[in-house]
Design a protein around this ligand. Sequence first.
Ligand code: FO1
Length: 328
Amino acid sequence: MAIVALAGGIGASKLLLGLSRAMDPRELTVIVNTGDDLELHGLEVSPDVDTVVYTLAGLANPETGWGLRDETWSAHEMLGRYGAPTWFRLGDRDLATHLVRTSRLRGGATPTDVTGELAQALGVRARILPMSDRPVRTRVRTPGGWLDFQEWFVARAHADDALEIRFDGAEDARPTERVLSAVSSADALMIAPSNPFVSIGTILALPGMVAALTGAAAPVVAVSPIVAGVALKGPADRMLETLGGESSALGVARHYAGRYPGLLDGLVVDRADEAQATSIEALGIRALATSAVMRDDADRARLAGEVLAFAAELQTGRNASLGTRQEV
Ligand code: FO1
């Protein structure tokens, strides 16, 4: 069963870990947002890709969710002494990743090649694909003007209201052939509980991506990043409000249905939001209410199994209605 998941960084990683344990990880492909990428100290940093790789390698820092466990910070301290920017912290072990990535990219390798090499070296069996091999940079308009994504997210701790999002370079970027072929041959397509605007929205902004997903034979199932009105991680709840919606599982469903009609077949919501299931289904999106907060490995594996079963059920329903249509 080939599963393809669209993912940002930290919010997605717990579910991806569950999926990689609930199924044969070699059948799992993760398409990762690269709109958060930045160049720092002359190095190419790809935070969401690294978060997914480190998590699936069992090397993620459990306290932060980003970076590596057992990290040391000697280089960071020296950078500070030289007066170099230190607002975006790169640990010593993490720096090795950026050195290798930068050197390989400057030697002509693609981001897809490098990500595959890094993941393989760290023992990751799932296939991790950057969404595109061309650069896309997410920018956020705040009351004070436009900011680069990491300037807004990390340097200013996403304290400024997000009034508008832009994906510089997206029109000229394309999903890679590997991304498109994974989507078209998937048995189930999942949207991780990542930020719908600045993680998933970036992937969906690539020309041809929404058409590839809606045209695929497999159902598309999202997991709500909002539980009881609050984001599981990061600023998705505030963004739903400042960008014209409401912070709820229904708000997530309305966002996807309004911007990408026909994209979602199913939405997994927490039991706390079960009362919204009828309104979600009225949008043409099947809803599954379950315990969607992942506190430990057992939660991750259970939720991943439930999402897989829900996708299989939606696929059966699709096949049945296709059969009916053909019979008529
Ligand atoms: N997030 C922070 O809040 N502060 C940091 O200093 C920081 C450094 C960092 C370094 C490497 C990396 O791969 C990720 C890092 N992140 C940091 C996380 C990251 O930038 C964001 O969580 C994502 O871009 C949003 O998905």
